[in-house]
Write a protein that binds this ligand. Structure first.
Ligand code: NDP
Length: 291
């Protein structure tokens, strides 16, 4: 058997064209969607992510505002900007690129963003709403994974799902979304005693670890759906400089039923869901204004 490839790039293009239509309809009603992005410092990876988010906005007809602060900025300066953006009725989404330098308390910053503009879905209130299956902004990466599973027609109700990773931005919300969708979910992490024991039982395996090629073919149940969230840059060997996921694609491909590639899998869906959340926020604002 050779696994079917779940093409995140193609799905992202399709979803982004729908988002662009919704953005244009909002603009025509006088409510152009707008995302504000705050970047502190000049971490190279963060700078690339922010640039991609801004470009993604432009292509979808979403206005973007970018605010750059030096790495040694006082937290009060960033908090003041957040207060200003919270109060600005023309801004629908606000995100602070993580990680932040050590002088910041990350949770304090995330909770200074208005719950209604928290398009990353990291505010504790949105996390709580998600855990109660209430309307919430859903963190973009796990939300993108859910869209991919849906578009690939993967049955979730009653499925055994295993998530490797328990971070606030990927692993935990991923487990919550799969639980809400009716899967039986196991969450593994660095203290898990026998990772392969769990992964071999998975109908759906989501790897969000940050360890290149951690998951190998012998850890996969034949026919399983394998979603690779990891983005790792290889530093040595023949593939040095290339990107790879947490899944050893070559050994998993002949065993799995479906698999996402890296690059071209989950990555393109993450920014897509950020754009969608911004449009959803603008649609809510337009409804509130009776537009
Ligand atoms: P974190 O470092 O915050 O979390 C990694 C998780 O993996 C932790 O829960 C950790 O366990 C667990 N872990 C580490 N080593 C092992 C191991 N040997 N076995 C089992 N579990 C292990 O990372 P993120 O969640 O932020 O990101 C995960 C990956 O996804 C990264 O490669 C990141 O670049 C990528 N990513 C990709 C995105 C995309 O758009 N495609 C978006 C966001 C992230 P413990 O909690 O015990 O430390």
């Amino acid at each position: 058997m050779t696994a079917r490839i779940i093409d995140g790039k193609a799905l992202a293009e399709q979803v982004r064209s729908q988002i662009a239509q919704r953005a244009a309809a909002l603009a025509a009603r006088g409510e152009q969607p707008c995302l504000a992005v705050l970047l502190v410092g000049a971490d190279p990876a963060s700078t690339v992510y922010v640039r991609n988010k801004v470009t993604g906005c432009e292509k979808a007809g979403i206005r973007s505002l970018r605010f750059d602060f030096p790495a040694n900025v006082a937290p009060e300066v960033v908090m003041a900007k957040l207060a200003e953006l919270n109060a600005d009725p023309t801004v629908h989404g606000i995100l602070v690129q993580l990680p932040l330098p050590p002088q910041f308390n990350e949770s304090e910053v995330l909770e200074a963003i208005s719950v209604d503009k928290d398009v990353d879905g990291f505010h504790a209130e949105n996390v709580g709403r998600l855990s109660q299956s209430r309307e919430a902004f859903i963190p973009c990466t796990p939300h993108g994974v859910m869209k991919m599973l849906e578009s690939a027609g993967v049955p979730l109700v009653g499925a055994e799902a295993v998530v490797i990773g328990r971070s606030n931005i990927v692993g935990k919300p991923m487990a919550m979304l799969l639980t809400n969708a009716g899967a039986t979910v196991t969450v593994c992490h660095s203290k898990t005693r026998d990772l392969a024991f769990h992964t071999r039982r998975a109908d759906i395996l989501v790897a969000a670890v940050g360890k290149p090629r951690l998951v190998t073919g012998d850890m996969i149940k034949p026919g399983a759906v394998v979603i690779d969230v990891g983005i790792n840059r290889l530093t040595d060997g023949p593939d040095a400089g290339k990107l790879c996921g947490d899944v050893d694609f070559d050994s998993v491909l002949p065993v799995a039923g479906a698999i996402t590639p890296v690059p071209g899998g989950v990555g393109p869906m993450t920014i897509t869901m950020l754009l969608e959340n911004t449009v959803i926020s603008a649609e809510r604002a337009a409804r509130r204004k009776g537009l």
